[in-house]
Design a protein around this ligand. Sequence first.
Ligand code: FEO
Length: 386
Amino acid sequence: MHISDKTKYIGVNDERDVLFEGQYRVPNGISYNSYLIDDERLAVLDTVDAHFVDEWLAKLSAELGGREPDYLVVHHVEPDHSAGIGRFAEKYPNAKIVASQKAFAMMKSFYGDDFADRRIVAAEGSELSLGEHKLTFITAPMVHWPEVIVSYESSEAILFSADGFGAFGVPDEGCTAWDDEARRYYIGIVGKYGANVQALLRKAAALDIGKICPLHGPVLEGERVAHCVKLYDLWSRYEAECDETVIAYASVYGNTKRAALRLGDELTARGRSVKLYDLSYCDKAEAVAEAFKADKLVLASVTYNADVFPPMREFINALTERNFKNRRLALIENGSWGPTAAKVMRAMLADSKELSFADTAVTLRSALDDESLASIIRLADELATR
Ligand code: FEO
């Protein structure tokens, strides 16, 4: 990625077949971004995941061309960005480490060193002058950990945004999949902390931002900056992006699935946009992200051990952990002798705010019959209108 003659990208791409943070599929890979600001004084911004420290140090060394960096700025201590701090500190013993107070405490916990003899503590509004370039630090607690800072470089109008505005997928110049990959990343990883993201957006609104350089995914510039900030504002206010119904179903023998698909067909026939997710097989992070994107959500589950089917339980937990709210919901339950899934799903969502439930209840007794089909059609009529 080319940023400018003075701000260089020295990040790495992780295209191993692994789950990011042990739970997120990344079929398009993920990047650990790092940057070098090349001015009278040289500042390296963040390191990379432990598997890529050699590659990163080699890239850094090539850019330095025999020079020594003056600073390593650590915006975030989560190990996908901080695993190279120790090796960097050994290799460049004169470089100062710049981070928040909390970040140094975390470095001690993770790596046994808080760099007391070579640290610069970054606080809200503090500055680091590099020559023509100047970094101003902005605290961003819980976006996505408490120690996080972001920094604004005024001469090039760049916001170094830490995990904020990050995306799954290795960077591509056209940012072709940014909305979907950033939404899945944001909702999955930062989604719980909407109020903190709103606080950061308020601070960022005072800045003239030409480019955003996050710790994952592509650098954002031009018209994309406003577009991405607008999406972040929607996501962090828990507002829907579009008029769409997500139908998430958990089915054992296919009968609950048939009901879900039939509802989808009925809604489509009424001109509504629908997305269906089979919770036993789909990428749950995508289903969760799409549930936050849409304005309506239908949950369809078979009753299982007087509870919901486990994939549905996991899905609803993933929603409520991320403060899912402000949506219209409908429930479909199935149960051959004692259907309780709707009651359980409603109870699981009892603490979620600003949910409104459709009036039409749909209960299957094993399989669709005339009565349950009629209720599916009534539910489609209801969801198509409000
Ligand atoms: Fe990409 Fe919160 O670390």
